[in-house]
Design a protein around this ligand. Sequence first.
Ligand code: GRF
Length: 226
Amino acid sequence: MRWDRARTVQSLSKSQTNNCHLLVLISGSGTNLQVIIDQCKNGTIPAQVCGVISDEPQAKGLQRAKNARIQTTVVDYHCFDDRQSFDHRLGQEIDCYRPDLVVLAGFMRILDAELVERYYGRMLNIHPSLLPNYQGLNTHARAIAGRATEHGASVHFVTPELDAGPIVIQGRVPVLPSDTPESLAQRVHQEEYRIYPRAITWFAQGRLSIQADRVLLDGRPIDICA
Ligand code: GRF
């Protein structure tokens, strides 16, 4: 499938909305995963986590999934000869779960462009900055070094360009003069736990679409600062 920015994509058809399957990709501690699991379980997010994939065998999030009796798969980058064979296997494993939505929650590998294109409109990421500010790594330290007064997190649809896809929602926090990257990260995390479930819920309710690279909620341009 060719990448087409002008394409219109509906998140989920109305007929699928009562049975939305989430596949969560992680590399680390999985605190966002935990919030998603809990909120699916208590009905706040109208969806279910059908599986968790990690590229890191020691990821703490795998235990969180196992505790919740969710199927897990490890695709360990170090067991592959090259990037291409890793990407190929990861794509196969993702497809196996037949997810309605792929949720990147601290997944630290850059995904293959073909895979991203295939899942365009069905793959969300959370990034710890107010995009387009601070794409890439070490966002909290960079916000402090750049004397930003405000920082936060963004949920966006994933496109082949890193941290640059259409934004669904952002959460803002102040940067305090006393902040360290750790204290700022903690405050941003709290916002992540608020905005990611909200974005996933909208998707699961079939209320999101993308038109010419802009996200619509119920057919209207979205206010990303909700
Ligand atoms: C979050 O800060 C998220 O924004 C970033 O990776 C971190 C994952 O944290 N993409 P956790 O594993 O959910 O605790």
